[in-house]
Design a protein around this ligand. Structure first.
Ligand SMILES: [Zn+2]
Length: 457
């Protein structure tokens, strides 16, 4: 246990990773996470067969769809046979609201969660005791992957509502052996005081809220370097690499982000290890992944970009088959330097439905983020506004400046503004307007940052 104990020193986990000492870093479930790939695939196949049979027998919606496609549970003989099954889209969960897809009697369900729909009814999911176990296990793994160890004091800045993020990470970190500090969302000054008072070592937050916390702390004179805080576990929204690097430097912590979605479980589908920081290990014994062409639904070539499709392999209360995430990624299966053998997905930076079409050109907000992260004097806060002017699309990027870059000289500001416009145009291949915003001028949120306002009719 000495290696584990040493990791509680600030920066130790990251330093060990940088030095390539992965043997020192703990793995929560080594037998599963580092299993030979043939073993993982054999387990996946065994679980897939059982999951399809479970779903077919208990959920009328799937039974009807599979009958219509002429596919029976017995037709699943290889992992590739998953392609014979129907896709599930968010709309299915909405149309069967609230309990239409449930596969167990409601008195077996121990917890309900929901994700807010932008229109109409929310998406409701349920968990029985088995599902709760699997869920906490997946979270315990990703927390340990990030260098969290038993005994860590974990402060939660996610809300504890119907949203899966708060409770999911709470249970998982508790299972790992951490002390949970359920502060909840909002009240930034109280969060900072609690870090000091309780000796918090791990912060769970969205990356944009972590940066906000960092800035408020700096203004209040809180010494992040001297604080006990060591690790940031981020989720709820994509974390651009520039933003992560900035938070790590200013708060003196190591930050990883993890991925999941309510429809298939919540957080816990995949998490970042300290050896492969642009990728996330998928909990493959619990999720079968596919990457498909978003237009045709056909599989893309190995390692190519496409839409991630997930089939949970261990979900009893509300099983979903081939859930279309609308998240764009690619997956690689080469072994990772951390010793884990599970496949890794590239961090999701874009969703099929995030794509903006500006005068016929496809533009992703993540491209804007990447350009801004390479420009000095610019904060990671921005907003894209799209409108129609004289019948044409006009995209304006509001870019927030750091205090040191903010100047009284009109000429300097105008030069900076134009250079950002040029760089954006070079990447997006379409002209955009840039508006510079004073430091703190872009509204901060405690939840997911809202980056795009599309005012076109
Ligand atoms: Zn790894």
């Amino acid at each position: 246990m000495s290696a584990v104990a040493d990791l509680t020193a600030k920066g130790a986990a990251l330093a060990a990773a940088r030095a390539g000492n992965f043997a020192d870093l703990p793995v929560y479930d080594r037998a599963r996470e580092c299993a030979p790939r043939e073993e993982i695939r054999a387990l996946q196949l065994e679980k897939l067969k059982a999951q399809v049979a479970w779903t077919y027998e208990r959920v009328a919606w799937y039974r009807e769809r599979m009958d219509a496609l002429g596919v029976a549970p017995g037709d699943i003989r290889t992992l590739e046979d998953v392609q014979k099954l129907p896709f599930t889209d968010k709309s299915v969960l909405r149309d069967t609201f609230p309990y239409g897809l449930f596969a167990v009697p409601l008195d077996e369900v121990v917890e309900l969660h929901a994700s807010s729909g932008t229109t109409g009814k929310p998406i409701v999911v349920g968990y029985n005791a088995h599902d709760m176990d699997v869920w906490s296990d997946c979270i315990a793994r990703l927390a340990q992957m990030a260098g969290v160890v038993p005994g860590d004091r974990v402060q939660m800045a996610f809300g504890y509502g119907m949203f899966t993020g708060g409770f999911g990470l709470h249970y998982g970190c508790q299972k790992l052996g951490c002390m949970m500090i359920p502060a909840g969302s909002g009240n930034t000054e109280r969060h900072i005081a609690m870090i000091g008072d309780y000796g918090t070592t791990v912060l769970i937050a969205t990356p944009s809220y972590a940066l906000h916390l960092c800035e408020v702390g700096e203004r209040l004179g809180f010494d992040w370097e001297a604080s006990t805080l060591r690790v940031g576990l981020f989720g709820g929204e994509p974390c651009p690499p520039g933003l992560k690097a900035e938070i790590e430097e200013r708060m003196h912590i190591v930050c990883t982000d993890n991925y999941g979605l309510t429809e298939v479980m919540g957080p816990g589908v995949s998490g970042e290890c300290l050896a492969s920081r642009d990728m996330q290990h998928i909990a493959e014994d619990h999720f079968l992944w596919e990457v498909v062409d978003p237009e045709t639904g056909e599989p893309v070539g190995e390692g190519e970009m496409g839409e991630l499709v997930l089939t949970p392999l261990d979900k009893q209360a509300i099983p979903v088959l081939r859930y279309r995430t609308h998240d764009l990624t690619r997956v690689v299966c080469e072994p990772c330097a951390c010793g884990r053998t599970s496949a890794r997905m590239q961090k999701v930076r874009a969703r099929c439905d995030d794509m903006l079409i500006i005068r016929g050109t496809n533009v992703f907000p993540s491209q804007v983020e990447d350009v801004l992260s390479g420009i000095q004097g610019v904060t990671p806060h921005y907003r894209i506004v799209v409108e129609t002017v004289n019948g044409l699309d006009r995209m304006t990027v509001h870019v927030e400046l750091k205090p040191e870059a903010f100047s009284d000289s009109y000429q300097e500001m105008e030069d900076l503004r134009r250079s950002i416009e040029e760089r954006l145009k070079g990447v997006l291949l379409v002209g955009v307007r840039v508006k510079l915003v004073e430091p703190g001028g872009i509204e901060r949120t405690t939840g997911k940052a809202k980056h795009v306002e599309d005012l076109r009719k």
